[in-house]
Design a protein. Structure first.
Lengths: 221, 150
């Protein structure tokens, strides 16, 4: 069982990046199991809420509890560790996606495609809403979008999709497994499958990308 | 592609993804009920689940189109237009005239609008039907043209 699952049993955790202070995250912790407790006279007890603002950087966060409605008390270390773990997971995801976008950008340019980075907001209940880079590749009238979709998926530590624009047609999905990105690509006219994940998987390489983009040019023009 | 246009395109695709996730969950639920692997609780009947499943596509097409309309209105406001058309037909035409969209992208946006109207207002008129995928595709192709101005 992952640390994220264990902590979920004790606290409901919500997290978001402050709009006015990028890089600053607000964590709210609500203990589970206290919602239905009633005090004397039958009135529901107010559920404690511990809020911490986390600044600094992802590797070395700084915690500020001054705005918390309820002091964390003895749970402070535990809650700060939860926040640290979540931010570490976010940092790992951002590195993974940043590295992927950088590699595809480089390969795209080498293959003669124009590239452009775009910022995307991604909602994630585990690490909060955050910004990730997406990448547009264009050659003549064919445009392809590399778009991060999820930090977590069944059997994978990240999913990034490849779409043919502007119709937003699904071309391929990239899954991060065992330390590498793997491409699932739906070959036009290939074996019928229900989902793109059922298609044949290949490790991501410049050659794999070149083959997909070449196929897109054939079908997208 | 301008970031504002791009943000709306992403939103349209997210609605399509939500639909696909809900479709998957509903299909699994129906299958579990049919095989007896799951029992319904309370007043819920299998008929209710069937009805929700049958209406799922229409529900998401209405949601998708509503977001599309919101995006068009936001675009016109950003262009400092004083009067924003209330009705979808006029809204689409106003944006098309402003950006210079004609032909298939315009016609297909209207076809999706007519299909949405039929679903929402329970009209009996003959209209072309669309899957959520196809509707997303048509609306994205139209909206993508805004990137030259937004």
């Amino acid at each position: 069982m992952t640390a994220e699952k264990v902590e979920k049993q004790r606290y409901m955790v919500s997290v978001y990046e402050a709009k006015d202070a990028p890089g600053t995250f607000k964590f709210t912790f609500v203990p589970r199991g206290l919602q239905h407790e009633r005090g004397a006279g039958g009135a529901p007890k107010r559920v404690p809420q511990h809020i911490v603002q986390v600044g600094g950087n992802l590797e070395n966060p700084v915690f500020d509890w001054s705005g918390s409605p309820d002091a964390p008390g003895p749970a402070q270390d535990e809650l700060e560790q939860i926040a640290r773990d979540r931010l570490a997971a976010l940092g790992a995801w951002l590195n993974r996606v940043g590295d992927l976008v950088g590699r595809v950008e480089q390969w795209g340019k080498e293959l003669g495609w124009a590239t452009r980075r775009i910022e995307k907001r991604l909602d994630d209940s585990g690490v909060g809403t955050h910004r990730v880079p997406a990448l547009l590749l264009q050659e003549d009238t064919v445009r392809v979008l590399l778009e991060p979709v999820s930090r977590r998926a069944s059997g994978a530590e990240g999913v990034v999709d490849l779409y043919l624009m502007p119709a937003y047609d699904d071309i391929a999905s990239l899954y991060f497994r065992e330390g590498n990105w793997h491409v699932h690509y739906m070959v036009p006219g290939g074996k019928a499958v229900t989902t793109i994940k059922e298609t044949e998987s290949k490790p991501l390489s410049k050659e794999t990308l070149a083959a997909i983009l070449q196929e897109m040019k054939k079908h997208g023009q | 592609m301008a970031n504002e246009t791009f943000a709306w395109l992403i939103r349209f695709k997210e609605i399509e993804r939500e639909y696909r996730a809900t479709r998957l969950a509903t299909d699994h639920l129906l299958q579990s009920l049919q095989t007896g692997a799951l029992d319904l609780e309370g007043d819920l009947k299998i008929l209710d689940i069937n009805r929700a499943s049958e209406r799922l596509e229409g529900t998401y097409i209405a949601s998708l189109f509503s977001e599309f309309e919101r995006g068009l209105k936001r675009f016109l406001r950003a262009q400092n237009l004083r009067k924003i058309p209330r009705y979808a037909e006029h809204l689409i035409n106003r944006v098309a005239a402003r950006v210079g969209i004609a032909g298939d992208p315009l016609q297909n946006a209207h076809k999706v609008r007519r299909y949405r109207n039929k679903l929402v207002h329970h009209l009996t008129e003959e209209t072309e039907s669309f899957t959520v995928r196809k509707a997303t595709s048509h609306l994205c192709i139209f909206f993508d043209r805004l990137r030259t101005a937004w």
